[in-house]
Ligand binder design. Structure first.
Ligand SMILES: Cc1ncc(COP(=O)(O)O)c(C=O)c1O
Length: 329
């Protein structure tokens, strides 16, 4: 990637003249089975420009109550675009129910027009759950019946594709627009893609410029994305196998609550029977194991550069820390 970045052919992408960005956008659109693509700096910016390309001020988007777009993106679509977010309950995998969506869509008239349904695949807070097109279709059909567009936050759609053994385009086919991140399992330093029809991408491109996201010689970072799409997708299976190995090891440790069967891709959430996730994460950091922790949970994510030996080493460290804190209690 570093070599490709150093050698990238570049131009001014605000004028659509960066050949490497154009190649990345074309390649990503082909992979996802969409007409056009747009390179953005982050998954959050991808979601922002997508939602604002679909919804006007005072219109609303329905999404799951644990979706990243709702919980982790600083309310950006509301702050910058005046878009009202309407969460509906979802299950522990992060999946909404068609009936709940049906019941939430605003009737015409005195309520904000429901313009969009947002989906997340894989689902971050849902333990990295990977949803097939068939699982999502009842939701997207409900949206279609109400004239709503469908946006998929596919930050990790390639993980879903590898886990389910289906092409990413099949998963993206149920949505009108999709974002995915280059900077997560695909291992790039920066960047995400927004894909959809040429008309949608033209609108998203205007919003990107409005948000200060127009980049000039961005081919330098897009070059890493081209390498990622060629070389970093199939290996996501290793991350999934490592997450399973980790989950199976963690399941035997005192005070940790998880079922390895719930780990579908590269994300492994663990519930703590007792204690604070932040404290456990801090104790693990001292032993060289990085994890996110809050309230009663800790989240582990596997990625490129983490080997099965690293997982065993991490398990040793985690075991030492949780056994020590169990003996204190
Ligand atoms: C499901 C999902 N969507 C979007 C994002 C946002 O990506 P970024 O951190 O590049 O803004 C994340 C980041 O973790 C995510 O997990």
């Amino acid at each position: 990637m570093r070599q490709a970045m150093a050698q990238a052919e570049v131009g001014d992408d605000v004028y659509g003249e960066d050949p490497t960005v154009n190649l990345l956008e074309r390649t990503a659109a082909e992979r996802l089975g969409k007409e056009a693509g747009l390179f953005v700096v982050s998954g959050s910016m991808g979601n922002l420009v997508s939602v604002l390309a679909w919804c006007g001020r005072g219109e609303e988007a329905i999404l799951g109550m644990d979706d990243h777009l709702l919980v982790n993106e600083m309310g950006a679509v509301s702050a910058f675009g005046g878009v009202h977010l309407r969460p509906v309950p979802s299950d522990r995998r992060g999946l909404m129910d068609a009936a709940a969506i049906e019941a939430t869509v605003s009737p015409d008239g005195m309520f904000p027009r429901t313009a969009l349904l947002c989906l997340e695949n894989t689902h971050n807070r849902g333990n990295g759950a990977a949803f097939s097109a068939d699982e999502l279709r009842p939701l997207t059909e409900t949206a279609a019946e109400h004239g709503m567009a469908v946006h998929m936050d596919g930050a990790r759609i390639f993980n879903a594709s590898v886990a389910l053994g289906v092409p990413p385009a099949e998963l993206a086919s149920v949505a009108d627009s999709v974002t995915f991140c280059l900077s997560k399992g695909l291992s790039c330093p920066v960047g995400s893609l927004v894909l959809g029809s040429a008309d949608f991408v033209a609108r998203a491109r205007r919003v990107r410029k409005m948000a200060g996201g127009g980049m000039r010689q961005a081919g330098i970072i897009a070059a890493a994305g081209v390498v990622a799409l060629e070389e970093m997708v199939e290996r996501l299976a290793d991350d999934h196998a490592n997450a399973q190995r980790l989950a199976r090891g963690l399941a035997g440790l005192p005070g940790l609550v998880l079922d390895p069967a719930d780990v579908e891709t590269n994300i492994c959430y663990v519930e703590l029977a007792d204690g604070e996730g932040r404290d456990l994460a801090a104790a693990l950091k001292e032993r060289g194991v990085l994890a996110n922790g809050r309230q009663n949970w800790v989240r582990f994510v596997t990625h490129y550069g983490i080997t099965s030996e690293d997982i065993d080493e991490a398990l040793d460290a985690i075991s030492t820390v949780v056994r020590a804190s169990a003996s204190v209690r």
